[in-house]
Write a protein that binds this ligand. Structure first.
Ligand SMILES: [Zn+2]
Length: 277
């Protein structure tokens, strides 16, 4: 079935800088897998998929995009079996978010609530966390990747991120996170029912975190997740495809925009705003 056309008014985000707003992409953990379960382009062989987190340093706040995996995954207490048997997880010493930051973040923005994105929240008691109401409805009630402790440790604040209850940015419902237009929480459903993206207009240009709408940069080209992987991983296939096409359009059309896929190996060990540039 053909996809609907992209909105005619979709344009690249503005490039004007927000002084003092910097972005860093860090690797909290690795999940060891094989390319043949990641892409459908015939590539094979072992891959260490980094579990990435965005750190946004703003004059008023330190904000994370996702929380990665934390010390509870290093000691084997999270996630529980059988999720723990799905992949070979490695959390190197010093790489968990709680070990990287001198003080807890002011806010965490979740792209979605899969275990490898929420795990690090168990190390951040009382920290405010945004998710979408749609993801909270599905995952917040508890499941293997969302035990009672995950519900109780951080301060969950589900957001009404859908048409009619939000602004429009890049053609999508969006919330202005810090009230100054520097940081936007955008609806990007499909991988999970209420998946989200984060646009940061930093001092060195715009960054777009798309969570697992694409795992790797190959998904932003012509490859996709293999069909069996998609069937297991993507909650809403048609919406997931539409969201992927939107991200591909932005990546191809906006050379100044850094589009960050959730597990791209090229971002390990790190990627950060260039000071002054
Ligand atoms: Zn995911």
């Amino acid at each position: 079935m053909p996809l609907p056309p992209l909105p005619v008014d979709l344009a690249c985000p503005p490039l004007d800088p927000n002084p003092g707003v910097q972005v860093e992409v860090v690797t909290t953990a690795f999940v060891h897998d094989d390319w043949r379960r990641v892409v459908d382009d015939g590539t094979e062989g072992p891959v260490a998929m980094p579990v990435l987190v965005g750190i946004l340093r703003h004059p008023q706040a330190t904000v994370l995009v996702d929380a990665g995996l934390g010390v509870h995954s290093r000691d084997g207490s999270y996630p529980g079996f059988p999720l723990s048997a799905l992949g070979d997880i490695e959390v190197p010493e010093g790489q968990a978010i709680v070990e990287r930051l001198a003080a807890p973040p002011d806010l965490v923005l979740m792209t979605h609530l899969h275990y490898d994105h929420v795990g690090g929240l168990l190390d951040l008691p009382g920290v405010p966390v945004w998710t979408t109401e749609d993801d909270w409805l599905v995952y917040g009630g508890g499941n293997l990747g969302f035990p009672r402790s995950m519900r109780q440790v951080p301060d969950w604040r589900p957001q009404p991120l859908r048409a009619g209850a939000a602004s429009q940015v890049l053609g999508r419902p969006a919330l202005d996170v810090l009230g100054d237009g520097s940081t936007w929480y955008l609806s990007l459903p499909g991988h999970t029912p209420g998946a989200a993206a984060v646009l940061v207009r930093a001092e060195d240009g715009p960054w777009l975190f798309i969570g697992d709408t694409a795992w790797v940069d190959k998904h932003l080209g012509t490859a996709r997740r293999p069909p069996l992987t998609r069937a297991v991983i993507d909650a809403e296939p048609r919406a997931a495809r539409e969201s992927l096409e939107w991200a591909r359009w932005l990546k191809a059309s906006c050379p100044e925009l850094r589009v960050i896929a959730g597990h791209e190996p090229a971002h390990a060990p790190g990627l950060r705003s260039a000071p002054g540039g």
